[in-house]
Design a protein. Structure first.
Length: 135
C-alpha cells in the first residue's frame, strides 16, 4: 500500500529551548518521510533529538520549545487533505483528534512504558484496537 503521498513529512524542522545563556538547539534541519504501509525507524545516539522530534510530531513539546519548519500529516482517511501539525493550536481540538487515533508514540523508557507481563505485540496492538476500528 503506497499511494505516492507521504503519510508524514518533516521538512527542515529545527527545535530549540530557551535556557539561561542562550538557546539550546536540540534538533537542526530535520527531514524525514514516512510512507503509508511502510515501517520507518528513527534511530540515533542518546541526546541526538529523536524524542524531541517525536514530541513535536505529537504536539506535546513544553512551552519553552521554539519550533520552525513544517510537520505535514496526510490522513489516508481524508485523501487530498494535508495538515501542518505545527500550525495547529497547541492543545486545540485538531491536534487532540490526531493524538492516539491517527498518530501515536511508544515512550522511550521500556520499564515504565511496557509491561513485562504482556508481549510487546499485544501492547502495541492494544493501542490500535482502542483508537481504530480493527477487523
Amino acid at each position: 500500500m503506497n499511494s505516492g503521498v507521504d503519510l508524514l513529512r518533516i521538512e527542515d524542522v529545527g527545535i530549540s529551548f530557551a535556557i539561561i545563556g542562550g538557546p539550546l538547539h536540540a534538533v537542526r534541519r530535520a527531514n524525514l518521510r514516512v510512507l503509508p504501509g511502510k515501517v520507518t525507524a528513527l534511530v540515533g545516539e542518546s541526546g541526538s533529538g529523536k524524542s524531541v522530534l517525536s514530541q513535536a510530531v505529537m504536539g506535546i513539546l513544553p512551552n519553552t520549545a521554539h519550533v520552525r519548519g513544517r510537520i505535514l500529516f496526510s490522513d489516508p482517511e481524508k485523501p487530498g487533505m494535508t495538515q501542518d501539525i505545527l500550525q495547529m493550536p497547541r492543545d486545540g481540538p485538531e491536534i487532540r483528534a490526531l493524538r492516539g487515533s491517527r498518530i501515536g508514540k511508544i515512550f522511550q523508557e521500556p520499564m515504565t512504558s511496557l509491561s513485562p507481563l504482556h508481549t510487546i505485540g499485544n501492547q502495541v496492538s492494544e493501542s490500535l484496537q482502542i483508537h481504530t476500528p480493527m477487523a
